[in-house]
Design a binder for this molecule. Structure first.
Ligand SMILES: *Cc1c(COP(=O)(O)O)cnc(C)c1O
Length: 444
C-alpha cells in the first residue's frame, strides 16, 4: 500500500495490485482471498455479498503503527464499522475516530476503551454529546462556536473533558470536490483568516472544565500526495505559535486527520505512507523548532486506507443488454450498497470470477439493479465478451464507504458481510431481510 504505482502498462502481476495481499488465482478463472474461493463465498452466502479480509485489515493497521511509531493512529470508523472490525482495530493498538452516538456506543459496548476514542462532527446532536460524556470519550473535537457553551454546560462546573478544535487549514486537496474539507468555503471547522478559530480557542480557555489538548484538521479524502499535509503542518504550527504568544498556550497534540488515498484500479497512485510519515515528522520538527514550540504528538485518522483495500463486493450478473454504442451488464446490487459512483463518479475494476473465459475483453458498463439511470457499479471497463447472466463479478477495493453509506433504496435489503481468514469464511453481518424492514414499519 505504500508504493506509488505509475500509470503504465498493466501486466498480469499487477492485475491483482488493488486486491488484498492474500488474493491468488490458483487456477485460471478461480480467485481466492484469505484462502477462500470467492465463488464459494457467493454460493454459501448468496449475492450481493461483501467479503472482508481480516488479515489485510490487521496488516494495514500494523503498517500504520510501524510507519508512525510515535503517533497516535485512530481508525476512522465511518469508513466501515462492525463489531469484528472494532476488535481488530483494538487488538492492533489503534484508537478510534467516531462521528455519532451510534458509532461511539457500538464501539464502547463491544469493549473498545472509551479513552482511546475521539468524537468529531460538524453538528453534534444533544444525544451525541450526552453519549460521549456518559461513556467517557477521550476527546471531543469542537467544530462550531455554539458547541463550546453547550459542551461546558453538559460537562458541568465540576466535570472535566479533553477537547480539540477543528481548524480549517485553507488547503484544497482530495479526490473530488464533495470530499474536500480543508478549504475555506465548506461546512467543517473554524477558519483562521476571519479569526473564528482564535476566538473559539479563547472561549474554550475561559472554560476551566474543558482542557484543550490540541488542534485538529482534516483536509479531505482520497489524497494521493504528501504535499498538502506538509502545508497543513505549516499552517497549524503557525496558529500554534500565535496562540502561544497570545495566551502562553502549549498544545500537546496535533491531529492531521485522515484522507490517505488508495488505488481503486491497477495503475492508480496510492498515498505513500512511509514518505508521509518521514516528511510530516521532519516538517513538524522544523516548523516547531523555528517557532520555539515543543513538538506536539501527532495524531492521524485513516479510514479508507485501512478498510478500503480489504473489502470485495461480489455480485451475480442478472442481464446483459447490448444497445447501439454500449453493453450494459446489470448485477444484483448497485447504488444501495455502493453509492460512490453516483455521488463522486468513482471508477472500479471488476473481474469475472468463478469461470474461466477465453473470450476477448470487450468494453462494458456494469450497472446496478436500482431504478436510477445513475445507478452505475463500474463505468467503461473491460470484461470478457461472452459475459452472461449467472456470471459472478468481484469488485476490489470495496471495503470503505460502501456499506457504511448503504441505503434502503428499493427495499432490496443491505448485503451481508463475510470475513475471510486462513481458509475460513464467517458471517459478520447477516443480510437485511424483509422481516427486518417490516419490523420497523410500525404504523398502518
Ligand atoms: C472521514 C474522516 C476521516 C477519514 O478519512 P479517510 O479518507 O477515510 O481516511 C478522518 N478524520 C475525519 C475528521 C474525517 O471526517
Amino acid at each position: 500500500m505504500t508504493t506509488v504505482h505509475e500509470p503504465a502498462v498493466t501486466t498480469a502481476a499487477d492485475a491483482l495490485s488493488v486486491w488484498p495481499a492474500s488474493a491468488v488465482e490458483p487456477r485460471e478463472g478461480e480467485l481466492t482471498v484469505g484462502g477462500v474461493p470467492l465463488a464459494e463465498v457467493a454460493d454459501r452466502f448468496g449475492t450481493p455479498v461483501y467479503v472482508i479480509d481480516e488479515d489485510e485489515v490487521r496488516e494495514r493497521c500494523r503498517t500504520y503503527r510501524h510507519a508512525f511509531p510515535d503517533a497516535e493512529v485512530l481508525y476512522a470508523a465511518k469508513a466501515f464499522l462492525c463489531r469484528a472490525m472494532i476488535h481488530w482495530v483494538d487488538e492492533e493498538g489503534l484508537g478510534l475516530d467516531v462521528c455519532s452516538a451510534g458509532e461511539l456506543e457500538l464501539a464502547v459496548t463491544t469493549g473498545f476503551p472509551p479513552e482511546r476514542i475521539v468524537l468529531h462532527g460538524n453538528a453534534k446532536s444533544p444525544r451525541d454529546l450526552d453519549t460521549a460524556l456518559r461513556l467517557g470519550v477521550g476527546r471531543i473535537v469542537i467544530d462550531s462556536p455554539s458547541e463550546i457553551a453547550r459542551l461546558a454546560a453538559a460537562v458541568g462546573p465540576d466535570g472535566h473533558q479533553k477537547v480539540m478544535v477543528r481548524v480549517v487549514p485553507g488547503i484544497s486537496a482530495g479526490g473530488h470536490e464533495k470530499i474536500r474539507t480543508g478549504t475555506e468555503d465548506q461546512k467543517f471547522g473554524l477558519s483562521i483568516p476571519d479569526g473564528y478559530a482564535q476566538h473559539a480557542i479563547a472561549r474554550i480557555l475561559d472554560q476551566p472544565q474543558l482542557e484543550l489538548t490540541g488542534l485538529h484538521c482534516h483536509l479531505g479524502s482520497q489524497i494521493t500526495s504528501v504535499k498538502p499535509y506538509l502545508a497543513a503542518v505549516r499552517r497549524m504550527v503557525g496558529l500554534m505559535a500565535r496562540l502561544h504568544e497570545q495566551h502562553g498556550l502549549v498544545l500537546r497534540e496535533l491531529d492531521l486527520g485522515g484522507g490517505h488515498g488508495i488505488a481503486y484500479r491497477p495503475g492508480e497512485p496510492a498515498l505513500d505512507l512511509t514518505a508521509l510519515a518521514r516528511k510530516v515528522r521532519a516538517e513538524l520538527t522544523e516548523a516547531c523548532t523555528a517557532a520555539g514550540l515543543t513538538v506536539p504528538r501527532l495524531i492521524i485518522e485513516p479510514g479508507r486506507a485501512i478498510a478500503g483495500p480489504a473489502g470485495i463486493a461480489l455480485y451475480h450478473v442478472l442481464s446483459v443488454k447490448r444497445t447501439g454504442a454500449h453493453t450494459y451488464v446489470a448485477v444484483d446490487g448497485g447504488m444501495s450498497d455502493n453509492p460512490r459512483p453516483a455521488l463522486y463518479g468513482v471508477r472500479y475494476a471488476p473481474r469475472l470470477v468463478g469461470r474461466h473465459s477465453i473470450a476477448a475483453p470487450a468494453p462494458v458498463t456494469v450497472v446496478g439493479r436500482h431504478c436510477e439511470a445513475g445507478d452505475i457499479v463500474a463505468a467503461d471497463v473491460e470484461l470478457p465478451d461472452d459475459i452472461r447472466p449467472g456470471d459472478l463479478l468481484a469488485v476490489p477495493a470495496a471495503g470503505a464507504y460502501h456499506l457504511s453509506m448503504a441505503s434502503g433504496y428499493n427495499l432490496v435489503g443491505r448485503p451481508p458481510v463475510v470475513a475471510v481468514d486462513d481458509g475460513r469464511a464467517r458471517l459478520l453481518i447477516r443480510r437485511e431481510s424483509l422481516e427486518d424492514i417490516r419490523s420497523r414499519d410500525v404504523g398502518l
